[in-house]
Design a protein around this ligand. Structure first.
Ligand code: G4P
Length: 534
């Protein structure tokens, strides 16, 4: 097998998804410790500052700072190259998370055993389901008085619409938590808090009926465990690798990230079963990772934290072939060749210049404004990777320029921030008014703050009467044109020039849908290149 194929087969690229506070950062850190990527806990995220005392701007800068440092964390483990892609914690930046999920091959979902499935978990799991991304679940904080494990599994199945398969089973919970029993290996791992850990805390038994188990955890507890494991075996299907990789079944582990308990078992299983880089759809054809020609796409753009330097890093997911430093590649949207002299790879918190990178890897390319999210690089073939979604925002405001002498800077700033995917821009068809669509209030604050600090442009936001943005199209272009003409006050174009109907209310949306049956109204749009045909 060629070195390239070997290299790509050992890549495991994934994201950790969770509702804020479930333990994503703690788990990431413990995984990095096992991977030898960091030496001490607390290195990933500086100790949380008192949230109540932190202004929103500090929070923005803090999040930006952290996310550039920890956007991608790579390490070696059991002959695998593991790449963890970080996702922002704050839900106002959830669009960023959705886009990051387009660049992974699988996900680990962290659930707080006290709180169960939370709203953000539901949304993220939905995105994974849409993309058939396989998920492993880690039920965290077992040292706390959480919910009954069967109830938690039922909740996972019902709220997330997935089939689960516990691979380990907890003995007790909270104060009575003694450890977990690995069902297939008949191995008991005894819980020890992180303050008093020794290496040998696992015991293997002939089977679950082994009387030696009674001596270790107590007869009553052992009998209960036997009963529960029997139920688990009866209720849930056998673990099937293919079903997991096709996102048909979700293996579940129990543990405590803070106490570094159950994390090694999770990582060992992850590197064993998680899928290597997968084939990806483009507008033209399915591209397989083992193809010899390089291709990849931009899923994230990060501006320099120093406002004096307006350069950016474009994060590229490599999908096929091999990326080489100083080689010319086609930037498909611009139809131009570029070469990159200092592509960076990410190792824990360090960046280093690399000469080659393989499918599954994420590289950072220095960008002076040529990239947009969704851009594709190839060795010459003209296609775009599909599936990078633009979601209909929840909040809409129009931008008002407060300093006409800085109009140019304002426009430039808006354009660049939108390329980065900070929020979405809709330009009104009739009067060219700029309407920003966002998921959370914090995004407006980020825009205002960054326009002023990085571009010297001052702006304000005004409320607009928009309930939803619907991307519209039709097989019958005359019907589409007629609609645009009739509703011109409520028609805008997005960044790619696609028509969007800014519906003032659900009621009006229902009426126009009935009046124009030949039109499609969509709440999401795929970021694509609409200039390709030009
Ligand atoms: P997030 O990235 O998903 O937002 O969560 P994070 O890891 O920051 O964890 C949120 C809180 O939950 C942290 O406490 C963390 O210490 C705690 N935690 C994580 N895993 C466990 C666990 O297994 N057991 C228990 N009991 N707690 C856990 P914090 O007080 O908010 O922050 P800190 O002061 O400890 O950093």
């Amino acid at each position: 097998m060629s070195e390239r194929i070997n290299e790509l087969n050992r890549r495991r690229t994934f994201a950790i998804i969770s509702h804020p506070d479930a333990g994503k950062t703690t788990l990431t850190e413990k995984l990095l410790l096992f991977g030898g990527a960091i030496q001490i806990a607390g290195a990933v995220k500086s100790k949380k500052t008192d949230k109540a005392a932190t202004s929103d701007f500090m929070e923005i800068e803090r999040q930006r700072g952290i996310s550039v440092a920890t956007s991608v964390m790579g390490f070696e483990y059991n002959k695998r190259k593991v790449n963890i892609l970080d996702t922002p914690g704050h839900q106002d930046f959830s669009e960023d998370t959705y886009r990051t999920l387009t660049a992974v091959d699988s996900a680990i979902m962290v659930i707080d055993c006290v709180k169960g499935v939370e709203p953000q978990t539901e949304k993220l799991a939905e995105v994974c389901r849409m993309r058939n991304t396989p998920i492993i679940t880690f039920i965290n904080k077992m040292d706390r008085e959480g919910q009954d494990p069967f109830d938690l599994l039922d909740e996972l199945e019902q709220k997330l619409n997935i089939k689960v398969k516990p691979l380990s089973w907890p003995i007790g919970i909270g104060k009575t938590f003694q450890g977990v029993y690995n069902i297939s290996e008949n191995k008991l791992v005894l819980f020890q808090s992180h303050t008093k850990q020794s290496k040998d805390n696992s015991l293997t038994f002939d089977n679950i009926h082994d009387e030696a188990l009674d001596k270790v955890i107590g007869k009553k507890e052992a009998d209960l465990l036997r009963e529960e494991v029997e139920m688990v075996e009866g209720v849930y299907p056998k673990f099937d690798l293919e079903a997991y990789r096709e996102a048909g079944i979700c293996p579940v582990f129990f543990g405590s990230a803070l106490n570094n308990f159950g994390v090694k078992e999770l990582l060992d299983c992850f590197v064993d079963i998680a899928p290597p880089p997968q084939a990806r759809e483009t507008g033209l054809r399915l591209v397989k990772p083992e193809e010899s020609k390089f291709s990849g796409f931009v899923f994230k753009i990060h501006a320099n934290m120093n406002p004096k330097h307006r350069d950016r890093i474009a994060f590229v997911r490599i999908c096929s072939g091999m990326f080489e430093r100083n080689k010319n590649y086609l930037h498909v949207r611009l139809d131009k060749q570029f070469k990159y002299s200092s592509p960076t790879a990410f190792l824990a918190q360090d960046k280093e210049i690399v000469d080659v990178a393989y499918p599954g890897d994420i590289i950072g390319l220095h960008d002076t404004g040529n990239f947009r999210i969704g851009d594709t690089l190839t060795e010459g073939e003209k296609f775009f990777y599909k599936g990078i979604p633009s979601f209909s925002p929840e909040l809409f405001k129009s931008i008002v320029n407060r300093d006409p002498s800085k109009t140019k800077q304002l426009n430039k700033g808006i354009e660049q921030l939108m390329d980065e995917g900070v929020a979405q821009l809709f330009t009104n068809h009739l009067d060219q008014r700029k309407v920003i669509g966002a998921v959370g209030q914090l995004q407006f604050e980020v825009i205002q703050h960054r326009l002023l600090n990085e571009y010297g442009a001052s702006c304000e936001f005004e409320n607009v009467d928009v309930y939803k943005a619907c991307w519209i199209d039709s097989d019958d272009t005359s019907k589409l044109e007629e609609f645009v003409r009739l509703k011109k006050g409520q028609i805008a174009t997005d960044k790619h020039g696609q028509y969007v109907f800014l519906a003032p209310s659900q009621w009006i949306l229902n009426v126009v849908k009935e009046d124009f049956p030949d039109l499609n109204f969509a709440f999401t749009s795929e970021i694509q290149n609409f200039n390709l045909a030009e």
